[in-house]
Design a binder for this molecule. Structure first.
Ligand code: OGA
Ligand code: MN
Length: 202
């Protein structure tokens, strides 16, 4: 990733402002997308992706009947690909703040791997006691995903409308964290992604 600032997210940001959600296909250079997918698999093979918890603080715990993914939090020092991804998201954060005055202060995110059959029930990306998460950002890492393989992220929009986003490598989905309940539907193959949140000041 030579200069992440060369990526313009203007159409994505316009759509987010208009609808509260937005999708960009082939959002990152293909090379970086492949590196991130390889890194997610390597982390899984080393046993570093662990069953994700539900809730926060003392109430936190693994509940596979709610959420079956395995995750590892992302840090820039972990690899060049991780650093490259975080640099791109930093550019996106700045562009979002400039265009929409969202006051986004930082980003937290993790690799996620859903084994075949795993799912995440309908939920909102906000904790009851912490409303810092403002914009959800999901980047998908799966080459040649077919709709019949399942695994859509289903957004429950207004007026009973549903939007299914398939986890095709290169697809970037952003949405307002407080506004849209969503679920990850089970797939018949492994499903890899990077999921995270831009947060406001506490
Ligand atoms: C989440 C989530 C969506 C996805 O981790 O909160 O909703 O498509 N992930 O992986
Ligand atoms: Mn979510």
């Amino acid at each position: 990733m030579s200069n992440p600032l060369e990526i313009s997210f203007a159409p994505l940001i316009d759509d987010l402002a208009e609808h509260g959600w937005a999708i960009q296909h082939v959002a990152l250079p293909v090379g970086l997308t492949l590196e991130l997918a390889a890194e997610c698999r390597a982390r899984e093979n080393k046993g570093r992706l662990l069953p994700a918890g539900v809730g926060r603080g003392a109430a936190q715990g693994v509940q596979q009947q709610v959420r079956g993914d395995h995750i590892e939090w992302l840090e820039a020092e972990q690899s060049p690909a991780s650093a490259g991804y975080l640099a791109v998201l930093e550019a996106l954060r700045c562009q979002l703040n400039q265009a929409l005055y969202l006051g986004l202060e930082d980003f937290e995110g993790h690799f996620a791997l859903y084994p075949p059959g795993a799912f995440y029930l309908k939920h909102l990306d906000r904790f009851r006691d912490d409303d810092r998460r403002s914009v959800s950002v999901v980047f998908y890492l799966n080459p040649e995903w077919l709709p019949e393989q399942g695994g859509a992220l289903r957004l429950y929009l207004d007026a009973g409308r549903e939007l299914d986003v398939y986890p095709q490598a290169g697809t970037l989905l952003v949405f307002m964290s407080a506004d849209w309940p969503h679920a990850v539907l089970p797939a018949n193959r492994e499903r890899l992604s990077l999921t995270g949140w831009f947060r406001r000041r506490g």
